[in-house]
Design a protein around this ligand. Structure first.
Ligand code: FAD
Length: 505
């Protein structure tokens, strides 16, 4: 059932066994997983069925020194959330991403990949993907009758992304939710969370809507599924009973904000010989009705041995043809790439056929940084909520790892005779000014065993709270290099399982 929060049915006092705040990838997954069990579920969404400027304005905020997108537009406030325009790149996190690593401060999720593994297959299906084949590069390449661009078994390995259509959660699952026993509240913004006298249990939510006074909803359990910028905003604004906001006794809410920096022009890749024409060497390819793209990353063993973060290098569609006779790599786009030192390598490798230039793409892993954070400002939205400031911090150590991984990839390509990588010598100088991002908002309510450096436990429950849970990539203890949404959906399914137990008689 869908209802508009501005004109809800009158009468009985409002109450829900489970209130899910936010109808994006996480919220819709949870609602579907728990529907039809006799629970009274309210899925509360700030936006309407379509995008509106008024709803987007509730996400507006300010930035620290690091440039970033306008916060009102870097996610979508509407039914379906940001899946309304996500790109559909999917890949599971690796097992090592969950592990404590002594070269990554604050690393180590309270769960292992094996805890999440049972939920990935259903997450694949929800995002309209096939059975997972992310590390099955050789087999997929063989089915595509394609060549492997690097030899297996080295420090760098070839892996895969799979593309979701991409699934627009608000379109694909709307009819199902309309016919379900879930009450979907549109145009309804949760602006406060009310607690029991001992401050350990959520008793109710304050629902704000345009043109009408706020409503109070009594609740038994609450999941905040508002996205990685709005989850901390909600908790920090909920300070009517707890100074500093809920779950923030150790000043952790909003800290360790992570993104995937994307710096396409830091490296140009010259594809050599037959690899240029091969269907799969660098490009998207379809196997059956599934679409994949190769990616290159340091193996888990190499990451451990070298104390390195991960990088998922994907390579864009080929750019202009490149003729070494008329334009050396050093003369191509010299202003951007600077003097070229690999002319001899190109000459040695380029005998086999046509050459093409590509840029590399995708993002790299970053270390958790408590100073990279979301805080509240004095500016208020029309419901009285304080707006956020995003102070994203980029670290030189993370860039070092990324560039070192690119060098390793260059060596692997050269050894296979498939490509030469040119790394911009000015990359370091251009880092902060030229970095783009994946729109992946992670880490602001991290999971962890220690409440002094985390906000939620391994189930996603806010430390010290009996019935307040978080869903989404704000839970990520460390970000990994893979795009987050598949893991967001898997984590939401795991939380649904946990909540089924909480509601069991
Ligand atoms: C341009 C773009 C491309 C992307 N491409 C990819 C990709 O290729 N692969 C990938 O994995 N990820 C991608 N992403 C990221 C992906 O969209 C997000 O990871 C995913 O949507 C997050 O799901 P979520 O449910 O946590 O949050 P969202 O989908 O953002 O949903 C949160 C919902 O909460 C609502 N809300 C917020 N505050 C409140 C409140 N106080 N009360 C009520 N409701 C509230 C919002 O209106 C929103 O509907 C992309 C994002 C963008 C912007």
């Amino acid at each position: 059932m869908f209802l508009d929060g501005r004109t809800p049915p009158g009468g009985a006092a409002l109450g829900a066994d489970l209130a899910i705040i936010g109808a994006g990838a996480a919220g819709i997954t949870l609602a579907r997983a728990l529907a039809g069990r006799g629970l009274k579920i309210a899925l509360i969404e700030s936006g309407g069925l379509e995008w509106s400027e008024a709803a987007a304005d509730l996400g507006a905020g300010s930035l620290g020194e690091q440039h970033y997108g306008d916060l009102a537009y870097v996610r979508l406030r509407q039914f379906g959330g940001t899946t309304g325009h996500w790109g559909g790149w999917c890949r599971e996190l690796d097992a090592i991403d969950f592990e404590p690593r002594d070269f990554v401060p604050l690393s180590g999720w309270p769960i292992a990949k094996s805890d999440l593994a049972p939920f990935y297959p259903e997450a694949q299906s929800i995002l309209q993907l096939g059975p997972a084949r992310y590390d099955d590069f050789a087999a997929v390449a063989a089915e595509a009758k394609a060549e492997a661009p690097i030899a297996p078994g080295g420090d760098m390995e070839a892996v895969l992304f799979e593309f979701s259509p991409p699934t627009r959660m608000g379109e694909v699952y709307r009819a199902e939710l309309e016919q379900s026993d879930v009450a979907v509240w549109l145009n309804t913004t949760v602006s406060d969370i009310r607690l029991s006298d001992d401050l350990t249990t959520v008793t109710g939510l304050v629902l704000s809507r345009d043109g009408a006074p706020p409503l109070a909803m009594a609740v038994r359990h609450v999941v905040a599924a508002c996205g990685g910028l709005s989850n901390p905003q909600l908790l920090l604004n909920a300070d009517s009973q707890v100074a500093g906001g809920i779950g923030n006794a150790h000043d952790q809410v909003g800290r360790c904000f992570a993104e995937h920096p994307i710096v396409e022009t830091f490296a140009a890749i010259l594809a050599l010989g037959p690899a240029t024409g091969a269907p799969f060497a660098f490009r998207d390819t379809s196997v059956g009705n599934r679409r994949y793209r190769p990616a290159f990353q340091p193996s888990a063993a190499a990451r451990r041995a070298k104390g390195r973060l991960s990088t998922l290098v994907t390579i864009n569609e080929p750019g202009p043809a490149f003729d070494p006779a008329t334009g050396g790599f050093d003369r191509w786009d010299e202003a951007r790439l600077g003097p070229q030192a690999t002319g001899a390598a190109i000459a040695a490798l380029s005998g086999a056929g046509p050459l093409r230039l590509h840029y590399r793409s995708a993002g790299f892993e970053t270390r958790p940084n408590p100073d990279s954070r979301v805080t509240l400002t004095a500016a208020r939205d029309r419901f009285g909520g304080r707006r956020i400031k995003l102070d994203w911090r980029l670290s030189d150590a993370d860039l070092d790892d990324y560039l070192a991984n690119l060098e390793d990839l260059g060596r692997a390509f050269a050894a296979a005779g498939t490509a030469v990588i040119r790394i911009d010598p000015e990359a370091r100088a251009r880092y902060r000014a030229d970095t783009s991002w994946g729109h992946h908002h992670m880490g602001t309510t991290r999971m962890g065993d220690d409440p002094r450096v985390s906000v939620c436990d391994g189930d996603g429950r806010v430390h010290g709270m009996a019935n307040l849970w978080i869903a989404g990539s704000s839970l990520f203890t460390t970000p990994g290099a893979a795009n987050p949404t598949l893991t967001i959906v898997a984590l939401a399914l795991r939380l649904a399982d946990r909540l089924k137990k909480a509601f069991a008689p």
